[in-house]
Write a protein that binds this ligand. Structure first.
Ligand SMILES: C[S@@+](CC[C@H](N)C(=O)[O-])C[C@H]1O[C@@H](n2cnc3c(N)ncnc32)[C@H](O)[C@@H]1O
Length: 249
């Protein structure tokens, strides 16, 4: 497993540097445990983040199976649009916010330094298994997109796929992605449109209970970006099932 690089990390709350002693990271009075090689930055999320952490912990063992089954039905690469959006170059340092089981790893160059954060330890464990199977390396972190444990201006590409519609605080998550990206870096954010949430998730038994009681339809979070954000573009992809929002720091 790739060792932690303290030069890219910071305390997600105070943004002060972290120190490692044995199986913990320290910053002033804050202590973050490292479990199974993964630093735990958000052990007790609240509200929507708690609800979806539980949901993803439960569905983690089925996630890849469901993706393969869906691909066989639609008979096309449902992630191809991401490769076009990424602007890949050699030897990039890349952050996937909400890496899940690592389904996007195959789109990333083998010489990239990959960092993946997710709220769900279930998804991160599945990701680690997939990394081993694919003989790939990535550094994994448990945490919240709204408070990233990374220093300012650290990554050459920051992207997120599939969770932001139901984050506690979408505006903070976007601001965090901008903060940790290097100047002029492309940031890519994609999630399902209302067509999928209302048309599929609210109808699938067991899954539907996580999507009831919504107060508003899902929309792209483009309007939550700070006014100084450059090159903001939002397109619909995969037959209008996903939006793909790109912008630049
Ligand atoms: C649909 S999965 C997508 C996983 C992966 N990005 C992919 O494309 O397959 C959504 C992921 O978002 C994560 N997630 C949900 N809320 C989060 C939050 N507030 N901060 C970080 N990750 C979150 C979930 O644990 C889950 O792994």
């Amino acid at each position: 497993m790739t060792p932690l690089d303290l030069a890219v990390l910071c305390d997600p709350v105070t943004r002060c540097p972290l120190e490692q002693r044995a199986q913990s990271l320290f910053s002033g009075p804050s202590i973050y445990r490292i479990e199974e090689g993964i630093p735990i930055f958000a052990p007790a999320p609240d509200r929507l983040n708690l609800k979806y952490q539980r949901m993803y912990d439960r569905i983690a063992p089925l996630y890849d199976f469901a993706e393969h089954a869906y691909k066989r039905i639609v008979k096309r690469d449902i992630r191809a649009f991401l490769s076009d959006a990424f602007e890949l170059r050699p030897r990039m340092r890349i952050l996937e916010v909400s890496i899940g089981t690592g389904a996007n790893l195959r789109l990333l160059p083998s010489d990239a330094e990959i960092h993946g954060l997710d709220l769900s330890m279930g998804m991160l464990r599945a990701c680690r298994r997939n990394l081993r199977r694919q003989h790939r390396e990535a550094i994994l972190y448990q945490g919240e997109a709204e408070r990233l444990p990374f220093r300012d201006n650290t990554f050459d590409l920051v992207f997120h796929v599939g969770g932001i519609n139901f984050f506690n605080d979408r505006r903070s998550a976007l601001q965090e992605m901008l903060r940790v990206a290097r100047p002029s870096t492309r940031i890519v954010v994609s999630d399902e449109t209302e067509k999928v949430v209302a048309g599929a998730y609210q109808r699938i038994p067991f899954v539907n209970r996580y999507f009831r009681k919504r107060t508003a339809p899902v929309t792209s979070p483009a309007e939550l970006l700070p006014p100084e954000t450059a090159d903001v573009q939002c397109t619909l992809v995969n037959r209008d099932k996903l939006y793909c929002l790109t912008f630049r720091k």
